[in-house]
Design a protein around this ligand. Structure first.
Ligand code: TRP
Length: 328
């Protein structure tokens, strides 16, 4: 007996890195307990990148490959491209009719993003961008999902989704659309190797497909305690990126490393070597699975086509209920 229905999605913005692992591992765990649906939300990518679609298709394929490599099982939970299930649009359009403009204007991420993207020279004062939360609500509600695993940054969007579901149910005196709950995962916020936010565009990330050599090279770049010159100098693990990683990926050894660092008995080179070893161990099974799929590219196409068929069947059932509640 499943605990409920989940929808979650990611924008196909590029290759994934170890910073995404905790989210994906959470999805893996949830796919045993819930009926899960995982969407690569390409229309969401258009909301801010409508003028730069180059690379979108490649990013979709890469994202699917990354998901399969971490072990998501498409036979258990459909993996699909949002734009292959047109019912998302139909529900989005219907919900847009009953969405008060003021609700959208007061979504906190909206003004933030307009400002942030504006300062990068990007004008997103568009209809589509304002409607982003409606599209996201449609993604969730079209599967009648009751649970949505998301990061904290997405909470206002889930709250918006609940309000829209409530409004729909009230207007049409129905209970077709459940009000979904956000499921916050314990996500470890992993900094990039230079201490900034981890991002492919800063080249401070460790990609999920990194080889042992690439892992070693990235670990070499990690910033350690700048006051520590010689190995015998006492180090301060609290200002060291290598240490942040050790505490997440090497919990068995971290305490010992910590005191050896403070005591000046383990040097940064040895400490980095230990970290590279554990990271390599973590990524090895992901690399292996990836190879199977990469050697067989038609599998990705089949997974996505089959996922869209399964997702569409569920979404069509919801839309029948929605239209019948609305008498349209
Ligand atoms: N807005 C989410 C993000 O940027 C992606 C997303 C789109 C999503 N639709 C969703 C997440 C539905 C959960 C459920 O991260």
């Amino acid at each position: 007996m499943k605990k409920g229905v989940i929808f979650s999605g990611m924008r196909p913005t590029g290759r994934l890195h170890v910073g995404h692992l905790s989210v994906l591992e959470n999805w893996l765990k949830l796919s045993d307990e819930y009926e899960c649906n995982f969407g690569i939300v390409d229309w969401h990518a258009l909301t801010s990148n409508f003028d730069n679609t180059e690379g979108l298709n490649k990013n979709i394929t890469l994202m699917c490959l990354d998901w399969l490599s971490v072990g998501l099982d498409p036979n258990k939970s459909p993996i699909f491209i949002q734009s292959h299930v047109k019912e998302h649009v139909e529900l989005h359009m219907i919900l847009s009719m009953l969405t008060p403009l003021s609700w959208l204007e007061r979504v906190p991420t909206y003004k933030d993003q307009i400002q942030q993207l504006g300062s990068q020279g990007k004008d997103v004062s568009t209809y589509g961008f304002l409607g982003y939360p409606v599209l996201m609500a449609a993604d969730i509600l079209v599967y009648r999902a009751d649970t949505v695993p998301v990061g904290e940054d997405q909470l206002p969007h889930i709250e918006f989704c609940r309000e829209i579901a409530r409004r729909f149910n009230y207007l049409y005196q129905t209970d077709v659309l459940p009000e979904p709950q956000a499921k916050l995962a314990k996500v470890s916020l992993l900094p990039g190797v230079d201490g900034r936010k981890m991002s492919k565009s800063y080249n401070n990330d460790i990609p999920l497909d990194a080889t042992r050599e690439e892992i070693m090279a990235k670990v070499q770049m990690m910033v350690t305690d700048p006051a520590r010159i010689k190995k015998s100098d006492p180090g301060n693990p609290d200002v060291c990126i290598v240490h942040t990683y050790q505490s997440i990926y090497n919990p068995q050894e971290v305490e010992e490393i910590r005191s050896s660092c403070r005591g000046g008995t383990i040097g940064c080179v040895a400490c980095k070597k230990k970290l590279a070893d554990v990271l390599d161990k973590e990524l090895a099974p992901i690399r292996e699975r990836r190879e199977q799929y990469a050697n067989n590219p038609s599998v990705i196409k089949e997974v996505l086509a089959d996922g869209a068929d399964k997702a569409r069947a569920k979404a069509q059932r919801t839309m029948e209920l929605v239209r019948s509640a609305m008498k349209i």
